[in-house]
Design a binder for this molecule. Structure first.
Ligand SMILES: [Zn+2]
Length: 260
């Protein structure tokens, strides 16, 4: 995973959303008048750079008030405990993934016994549709399990040139290598969960497509476009979102067919 952990210059994505992640693993900073929201913390080894990214953008790392979670895999949550300790922020995760965050990866359906991380208390466990608000900014948690039991899609509105736009922070719909959809003893309801999640994803309004891995939404190409002075914000890509979801669902159904 070292190749996912290379430096990347931090930048403003849209409105009050900033990219503070690595070359592949995204962390998003959402600023509010009452402090910051950080979506995912990433690898512990990246935290010094995460702090530098805050400074480079002119924000204070210690002003992080909320740490949100996309899903409980090491590349997104390993540094939760460290960032919580350094900032005193409230850690937020879905009930299902909170179990794994709190147990440092123990019992997780894909990587139990492969990857573990510092256990981190989850201060607030959110249910489907629950709102999380700070400083007038509200995010909605949509439970979209499958990749993990508690994978969460976060949504929020932003304003761009006077227009209100719907932002989707997509977690993952990947079926990791070696994971079976049928007869999966560690996650017997995986097919049911994916089915429900695809139904949710297909109905979510999306104007701005973001995700916890840059490759899911073409981060680097869009960043290049933005830097080259594109007139429209390249991250406004609802069609890209819908295409991505359709492709992911096709991959899911193909694997299901193969296993039958
Ligand atoms: Zn993952």
């Amino acid at each position: 995973m070292q190749r996912w952990n290379q430096p990347f210059p931090p930048y403003r994505v849209i409105d009050n959303i900033y990219y503070v992640g690595t070359n592949e693993i995204a962390q998003f900073l959402i600023t509010t008048p009452a402090g910051h929201i950080l979506l995912d913390t990433g690898f512990e080894a990246s935290v010094p750079r995460l702090r530098d990214n805050f400074s480079a953008l002119g924000f204070r790392y210690r002003d992080i008030k909320l740490i949100l979670t996309s899903h409980a895999h090491i590349d997104h949550v390993q540094a939760h405990a460290l960032v919580r300790r350094q900032t005193g922020a409230t850690v937020v995760a879905s009930e299902a993934d909170a179990v794994f965050v709190e147990q440092g990866g123990k019992g997780e359906t894909v990587y139990d016994g492969v990857f573990d991380w510092a256990r981190c208390p989850v201060d607030r466990k959110v249910a489907d549709g629950e709102l999380v608000t700070l400083g007038g900014v509200t995010l909605t948690a949509h439970l979209t399990p499958g990749h993990t039991r508690g994978a969460t899609t976060w949504t929020m509105p932003v304003t761009d040139h006077g227009r209100s736009l719907a932002v989707v922070f997509f977690p993952s719909a990947n079926i990791n290598p070696g994971v079976h959809l049928l007869g999966n003893a560690r996650y017997p309801e995986i097919v049911h969960d994916f089915e429900r999640s695809f139904a949710t994803w297909k109905h979510l309004p999306c104007d701005v497509f973001l995700a916890d891995h840059g490759e899911f939404y073409g981060m680097k190409a869009k960043h290049r476009l933005a830097r080259s002075g594109a007139s429209a914000n390249p991250f406004i890509d609802g069609d890209g979102y819908r295409r991505y979801i359709a492709d992911a669902e096709r991959r899911f159904r193909a694997q299901l067919e193969n296993e039958r």
